[in-house]
Every structure is written in C-alpha cells, then in structure tokens.
Design a protein around this ligand. Structure first.
Ligand SMILES: [Zn+2]
Length: 304
C-alpha cells in the first residue's frame, strides 16, 4: 500500500510538473504586439484584449518625439509578431529600431497611414502632422486598421473576438465625439482660439472648429525651441486675437507659457492638458478616452 501511495504521489507530482511547464510554455509562446506610444498602446489593448500580449514602449508622462528605449526593449521589437507605431515622424527617438525590425521581416503598421493626414499650417513646414489622435473620428479609422493588422499578422488570435472588441471600442469613440461636440458648443465662436505648447491640435481644431493662433514652440515637434523673435511675434498675436488661455502640455515645462502669458499683459490662464502622452492612474488621463474627456473639460472651462 505504502509503495502504491508513493507512486501515486510521484505521478501526481509529475503531472503537476508537466502541467506547470506546459503553462509556462504556452505563456512564453503567446503572440506579442509591440506598440510605440502609450496612446496607441491603450487603443490597441482595447482591440486586442486577451488575444495577445501588448507591450507598450513609451512610459506615462513622456514625450513621444524624444523618448528612447533600452537594448532589451529593442530586442522585444525585433521579436514581435507585429509592431504598431504612429508614423509621420512622431517617434524620432526610436524610428531606427522600427525600421530595423521591418527590414528583418517583422510586420509593422503606421497608424497614420489609415487616416487622411493634415499638413502643418505654420510657416515653412508643409510636412504631415502626426498628432492625428486629437481627432477621435480619425482614431476610429486607425482602430480598424490596427484590428485588421492584428488579425492578418498575429497567429492564434480569434478574428471574431478582435473585430467585436474593435466595434465596441469604436462605439465608445462615437460617444466621445458626441460629448466633445456637446461640450465645445458652449464656447462662443469668438473665443474658439487655441495656443498650445507646440503644434499639437491641428486635427482637433479642424474637426471641432477651433482657430489655431500659434504655439509656444512654433514647430510640429517639441525638439525645436523658440527664438525671442518667435516669442515676440506670438505675444503680438495673443494680444490681437484676444486670447484668454494658453494650453500647456503636462509632460513639458510650463515656464515659457507662463512668460508669454505675463508678457502679453492680459488676464491669460495657463492650462495644462494631456496632449500627447497618457498620465498615470488617477491623473485623469490614464486611458485615451479619459485623456480626451479631461482635455475637453479643461478647454471648455478655460474658454467659455
Ligand atoms: Zn507633438
């Protein structure tokens, strides 16, 4: 009897061992979708759900124009089943890694390719504006492209599940657009004027009817810096247009915006927004939907 019990225990342990190693083998083989920015990362997680691992490279409260990655993260990109990036030159710090992975045969998708791009409107820059997520209607198009790319390139995902999750998320985006329109309707036509940290709101302005007066950093990237002539020019525009608020970005220093507001010599509020990075949990911008709702509320409160 004793021998029998021991054998049973041994078999049980062996089975348990196999089951455990089986589990970890499955976990290690789960497909991986790598996403560059945290905004696209959140959107992709909503579409993919539990069908694959989604690895997001950019931290919370970071700058998409300048963030870099470690050698370990670079290896994750090279071994990904799919890489989703923004495109149009947004992620300057890691573009070489995305290109290297593509050259190695890793499927890549630039979310920008799914949307009708706008050109930057400011002087001397006619490049495509990468900040398409400030228009949630364009995000719906990108969501479709991401979901279809996952279905096409990532083995083992259930296409019905991914497409159904995409449909649910797009319904949330529709609700977001409706609530943004409703909120912004409270702002008088004469006060629908935006000054931002850099040129980040081109798509939002076009979609919801705002006028872009200028940007503290007169560029489509945060990597540029304004000259004193640029700042004088903007101070003039602020006075002429009767601007009441400057919208800063939470992940960028506010100092220049504060100087401008003081220089313009009017009662001008500096209002921080989450324009191109999600915040941490509890920040009011932990997800893309939360971020857009917070910004809508803050813009409406500042301008109405
Ligand atoms: Zn930007």
């Amino acid at each position: 009897m004793k021998r029998g019990s021991t054998a049973k225990v041994a078999v049980a342990l062996l089975t348990l061992g196999l089951a455990l190693s089986g589990c970890s083998a499955v976990a290690a083989e789960r497909p991986t979708v790598v996403v560059t920015t945290n905004i696209l990362g959140d959107i992709t997680r909503n579409l993919v759900g539990g069908e694959a691992d989604v690895v997001v490279l950019m931290e919370s409260n970071a700058d998409p124009h300048s963030f870099g990655i470690s050698a370990k993260q670079a290896a994750v990109i090279e071994n990904a089943d799919l890489v989703i990036h923004n495109g149009a030159g947004l992620e300057e710090g890691i573009l070489n890694h995305v290109e290297a992975a593509a050259a190695e045969g890793v499927p890549t998708l630039a979310a920008m390719d799914a949307v009708e791009p706008l050109k930057f409107s400011h002087d001397g820059d006619d490049a495509a504006d990468p900040h398409f997520w400030t228009d949630p209607s364009r995000v719906e198009l990108a969501a479709d492209a991401i979901a279809e790319s996952v279905v096409e390139h990532v083995d083992g995902v259930d296409s019905t599940v991914v497409r159904s999750q995409a449909a649910s998320y797009k319904a949330e985006l529709d609700k977001l657009v409706a609530s943004m329109e409703e909120n912004f309707a409270a702002i008088d036509a004469g006060r629908r004027k935006l000054i931002t940290n850099h040129h980040v709101f081109g798509y939002l302005a076009q979609r919801f009817g705002f006028e872009l007066i200028g940007a503290v950093i007169p560029s489509g990237t945060t990597l540029a810096s304004p000259s004193s002539a640029d700042l004088n020019d903007l101070t003039g525009k602020i006075r002429t247009a009767g601007v009441v608020a400057i919208f800063a970005d939470s992940s960028q220093p506010e100092r220049l915006a504060q100087v401008l507001a003081a220089e313009a010599g009017q009662d001008i509020a500096v209002v921080p927004l989450f324009t191109e990075s999600l915040g941490t949990e509890g920040s009011g911008a932990h997800t893309y939907l939360e971020m857009m709702r917070s910004n809508t509320e803050r813009i409406t409160r500042a301008l109405s």
